[in-house]
Design a protein around this ligand. Structure first.
Ligand code: C2E
Ligand code: CA
Ligand code: CA
Length: 560
């Protein structure tokens, strides 16, 4: 046991230095402190300088303290243990400069004083316990309903300020009654404790988590939510929570849960409404035997739409419904084709040609983009084989790359494969990567870009001007060209500001020896200005819209 000095008055620090009683036991006869600690009663010594042991075993810690006291002129000592509910938390030690100082009267007084301190300590401990019970669930250690509401109120306040949504999820264990009835209440309690344990491990600490009913858990998660995102988070977490069976004594039990979800602010602007609506959604989910339901019908509808679209997209890849369209880039002066950009299209048998804005974001959320992106990189070579460049060479083709593809370990391998096939088809491959993608993880991306460039692949920084690049990084990047975002090109012939931005990007690029491509050029005025500013290449409806692969040869004949 370690005795540590926590406070002192009127004595130097040396006297209350930490003391290890264990190390002193047997080395010296017990002093007042040891007796007080062991017997949990006040102990005193009114002649410390002649007390037994004063002349023995100088390395015993207790003796060191005693000797320091004697050196200071102390003659008497009393030690009062501070004991709450049978456990000693501290000792109050008083020294006096006189022999026989602690007489009966003094001892009675000091014992009462110590008792008062203990009473205070006991009161504080009880209060803490009471507070704990008022806000926490004793069985699982999770916050209870009333603390949950406190925290939810704060969370909603913060979300309102930051324009975030909060998903309030009420989760009810399925067939919990059955567990209680067949395996016993003890098993039921164990299960609840284990579920709570996994919940704590699964959800981030900043998520508000609570037990709000017998077998109902609540959690509130802030973020920018769309219905499919909430569900994706829930499903991923449910796999962690319920993927493994629970061990109840000898029994292994598989458990599942039903959830009702209400979204702040759409389904309620205050904790009470939000909670009531999540409860309503939970009831409905149970009635309908659905694993989860949102309160708002439009959320459920949007979710159903997204899930349907996701399934259709999965099939679209297998069914060959994806294709690449091609838009030429031309030299700003000669207007001859310098290359093509490949743009994905989906030929949906139900609704016709779908533009990428409608499906690329969902592909990125679901991870489908990895397969689709790889498909695009390899499809370019297949398309190339059907083109006729006449006497000239085939132009270079740039493929758009998603940040998710770039993060893949095998990204470079896929590019190597695509470059190979392109070489066989007589073409060359380039990549377009958005500025924000590059800036997000510039250090991790640079080596990949360097490898890829070593294969003869040129890198274009897409949507340049929207991504807050750091100049220090841009200069270091192994890139070929910056593509000025369409939003700056649009207003070029109207406002001075956009013109200035385009001008600055061009001179910046040229000073770093990068090429500049202007995107989305629609008018001759824009083209003339770009020419004046020394822009190298341009791309846009003025020259040509994206065309299907079958029309590329005609463009090549007309524009090379
Ligand atoms: P992006 O890479 O910035 O592609 C340029 C977009 O601008 C294309 O839209 C193109 O059709 C459009 N565009 C070109 N010239 C003009 C013009 O003069 N006026 C107007 N209003 N628009 C013009 P698209 O094909 O709908 O593609 C949209 C975005 O989808 C692309 O933006 C790109 O970020 C993404 N995307 C397309 N294909 C792929 C792909 O294979 N992989 C990945 N990861 N993303 C792709
Ligand atoms: Ca692009
Ligand atoms: Ca772009």
């Amino acid at each position: 046991m370690e005795v540590r000095a926590v406070a002192q008055a009127g004595v130097p620090k040396a006297l209350v230095a930490s003391t290890f009683f264990e190390r002193s036991i047997g080395l010296a006869p017990a002093g007042a402190a040891e007796v007080a600690l062991r017997e949990k009663r006040p102990a005193w010594d009114n002649m410390i300088e002649v007390a037994p042991g004063a002349n023995s075993a100088p390395h015993a810690d207790t003796l060191i303290v005693r000797r320091a006291a004697i050196d200071l002129g102390a003659k008497s000592v009393i030690v009062l243990p501070l004991t709450v509910e049978g456990q000693t938390y501290g000792m109050l030690t008083l020294y006096a400069e006189e022999r026989d100082f602690f007489d009966d009267e003094e001892i009675t007084l000091l014992t009462e004083l110590a008792a008062d301190i203990c009473f205070g300590l006991e009161f504080i401990a009880k209060q803490e316990r009471a507070d704990y019970l008022a806000y926490y669930d004793a069985l699982t250690g999770l916050p209870n309903r009333s603390l949950f509401f406190d925290r939810l109120t704060l969370q909603i306040g913060a979300a309102g300020r930051d324009r975030l949504n909060v998903a309030l999820v009420l989760m009810d264990l399925d067939r919990f009654r059955l567990v209680n009835d067949t395996l016993g209440k003890q098993a039921g309690d164990t299960l609840l404790g284990s579920v709570a344990q996994r919940l704590k491990q699964t959800y981030r600490t900043q998520d508000t988590l609570a037990r709000v009913g017998a077998d109902t858990f609540a959690l509130a998660v802030s973020g920018v939510w769309h219905a499919p995102d909430v569900v994706r988070v829930l499903e991923a977490h449910n796999r962690k929570l319920f993927g493994q069976p629970f061990l109840l004594g000898q029994e292994e039990l598989r458990v599942s849960a039903t959830a009702g979800i209400a979204m702040y602010p759409d389904d309620g602007g205050n904790p009470e409404t939000l909670f009531a609506n999540a409860e309503a959604a939970l009831r409905k989910a149970k009635e309908q035997n659905a694993p989860f339901l949102f309160y708002g019908p439009e959320m459920n509808a949007r979710l159903a739409d997204a899930l349907r679209l996701e399934n259709k997209l999965r099939l679209a890849l297998d069914n060959g419904e994806m294709m690449l369209w091609y838009q030429p880039k031309v030299d700003v002066r000669t207007r001859k084709i310098t290359g093509f950009e490949a743009l994905m299209r989906w030929q949906d048998p139900e609704s016709g040609l779908v533009p990428p804005a409608k499906f690329i974001p969902l592909m990125e959320q679901t991870g489908l983009i990895m397969e689709a992106g790889r498909w695009a990189l390899l499809q370019v070579a297949r398309d190339c084989r059907n083109w006729d460049a006449g006497a000239g060479r085939l132009p270079r083709i740039a493929v758009n790359v998603s940040p998710i593809q770039l993060r893949q370990k095998n990204f470079v391998d896929t590019v190597v494969e695509a470059v190979d096939q392109m070489a066989n088809a007589g073409g060359a491959l380039d990549l377009e990567i958005t500025e924000s993608t590059i800036m997000e993880s510039v250090e991790a991306i640079i080596p990949k870009l360097q490898t890829v460039r070593g294969l003869g692949v040129e890198i274009y920084v897409d949507d340049f001007g929207t991504g807050y690049s750091s100049l220090a990084y841009i200069a270091r990047l192994p890139i070929h060209a910056l593509k000025i975002d369409r939003s700056f090109v649009i207003g070029m012939d109207q406002g001075k500001e956009n013109l200035t931005i385009v001008q600055s990007v061009i001179s910046l690029a040229h000073s770093l020896r990068f090429n500049v491509v202007a995107e989305g050029v629609e008018t001759e005025e824009q083209a003339a200005l770009l020419r004046e500013l020394g822009c190298d290449e341009m791309q846009g409806y003025l020259i040509s819209r994206p065309v299907p692969s079958s029309e590329v040869s005609a463009l090549l004949r007309a524009m090379t």
